[in-house]
Design a protein around this ligand. Structure first.
Ligand code: URA
Length: 231
């Protein structure tokens, strides 16, 4: 767990000046949690972690393989309670082989710290394992080609909560075209184990729109509330 100074620094990065009481009503959060079916995802079968990592590193299932420096598998605690899912590697992630290591990653770390979670405690992965050129949005076919890897990662981690950061992550994982503004503040469920899923904005969006950090904080508190309710 983080000490209170680290937590205050993380809150400051989120532009949060005070804690909300645990019991506070969270505006915009539906009272009745909604469950939706997740889209069917191809499975990477019964691969163990080593086999999965090797298979991902050698993947040529879509054209993005040709332009990558390396695949970005995912990082963190492989038995994490919280799994964070983003969109795709950017330039720095492609260079370092680790998700969320650029500016957006620093804000993601602060978001986690504000929740009392160290980056090492959670598992972080993306919808895509390879960087799209010029950081364009993933294409549907690319996300479909990559989906089995992420599905197997989720099976192996077996998190108690999945936090989708950004529209691309949320729409692909939940198999919906619903705009992110409508996906926030609801509890979804993923897969046969019905892992709770909560959606918030992407940290890169929050860097561009810092005025939305307070509402992102509400999402994080909602995620914490859902996590506290248990799977
Ligand atoms: N944005 C993402 O969605 N994922 C990363 O790994 C980096 C930036």
């Amino acid at each position: 767990m983080l000490d209170s100074r680290a937590r205050q620094a993380a809150l400051a990065a989120m532009d949060i000046v005070e804690w909300l009481p645990r019991t506070a009503q969270i505006p915009g959060v539906a009272e009745d949690a909604r469950l939706v079916e997740t889209a069917p995802l191809a499975s990477a079968g019964a691969l163990n972690w080593d086999e999965l990592e090797t298979a991902v590193a050698a993947c040529t299932r879509c054209a993005l393989a040709a332009g990558r420096t390396q695949t970005v598998f995912g990082v963190g605690n492989r038995a994490a309670d919280w799994m964070i899912i983003g969109e795709a590697p950017g330039q720095e992630e492609d260079r370092q082989g680790e998700p969320f290591v650029g500016r957006a990653g620093q804000l993601l770390n602060s978001m986690l710290e504000a929740l009392g979670l160290a980056r090492e405690q959670v598992f972080i992965a993306n919808i895509l394992k390879c960087r799209p050129p010029a950081n364009r949005d993933p294409e549907l076919a690319e996300a479909a080609a990559c989906a089995g890897w992420l599905a197997r990662q989720i099976e192996l981690v077996a998190p108690r909560l999945i936090l989708c950061v950004g529209r691309i992550a949320a729409q692909n994982l939940l198999g919906t075209q619903t705009p992110i503004g409508k996906l926030r503040g609801q509890r979804y469920s993923y897969g046969p184990r019905e892992i709770p899923v909560v959606v918030t904005w992407h940290p890169a969006y929050l860097l561009r729109s810092p005025g939305e950090k307070r509402r992102a904080w509400q999402d994080l508190l909602f995620a914490k509330q859902v996590f506290g309710q248990g799977a």
